[in-house]
Design a protein around this ligand. Structure first.
Ligand code: URA
Ligand code: SF4
Length: 223
């Protein structure tokens, strides 16, 4: 599977300029607080960096922090996080043993009345922020990386990757972390948008089944 790195758009910075090659995770987290590599720092409350054990066997990657995460400064602590927790538990993955992060580290939103409505990050924002994720993957060196939803999947596996067609399939992860596997699945937020309980349960079952594939791979690779 080819992996393309989207080029950095002209006029946009890149977080790569901020990342010392010898910085550990704590230092990266500290530096990321001041990141201004794309415009999202202007409207997001704070950088929401990844969290979890520094050598977690599994890493979960979402799109970007949501409204709750933006305020808390932690990934997946809102409604999507609650659903993710449930799916992880059903798949036998202990969230406290997972490193949880996002491709983009600031919340992108637009106001609708008093609410802040999620907006998808664009390709330039994903490119600008992507070096933080690369650095996290390199430092944590997980056995398995799980990409939640199309934004994360396409950021890592290429813009033509189709979650609907290739979800739940373990692939090799290119890059510095040789030997690691990567798998894409649906985003928990998409399950929250299901039209009714039946659809929701079915989609949740699909996410759990994919996470079980990841859990089995972790067990094999870490044994
Ligand atoms: N959705 C995401 O992709 N990430 C979060 O941290 C929360 C919601
Ligand atoms: Fe930096 Fe990423 Fe925030 Fe943009 S979204 S300012 S690249 S941390």
């Amino acid at each position: 599977m080819g992996r393309r790195r989207a080029g950095y758009a002209p006029g946009m910075g890149s977080a790569a300029d901020l990342i010392p090659s010898d910085a550990d995770l704590d230092e990266l987290r500290r530096i990321a607080k001041g990141c201004t590599a794309c415009d999202l720092y202007r409207t997001g409350t704070q950088t929401v960096f990844g969290e979890g054990p520094r050598q977690a066997p599994v890493m979960l990657v979402g799109e970007q922090p949501g409204d709750k995460e933006d305020v808390a400064g932690e990934p997946f602590v809102g409604p999507a996080g609650a659903l993710l927790d449930r799916a992880l538990a059903e798949a036998g993955i202990d969230r406290t043993q997972a490193y949880v992060t996002n491709v983009v580290k600031h919340f992108k939103w637009r106001p609708v009345g008093k609410r802040r409505i999620h907006q998808k990050p664009n390709a330039a924002e994903v490119s600008a922020c992507r070096p933080w994720l690369d650095a996290e993957i390199e430092r944590v060196s997980p056995a398995v990386v799980v990409l939640l939803g199309a934004t994360a999947a396409q950021a890592v596996l290429g813009r033509s990757f189709k979650v609907t067609q290739q979800r739940g399939v373990l692939l090799d992860l290119d890059g510095p972390d040789r030997g690691a596997r990567v798998m894409a699945t649906v985003h928990p937020s998409s399950i929250l948008r299901a039209p009714d309980d039946d659809a929701r349960n079915q989609q949740l079952g699909g996410l759990v089944a994919d996470l079980r594939v990841a859990a089995e791979a972790v067990a094999r690779l870490v044994a």
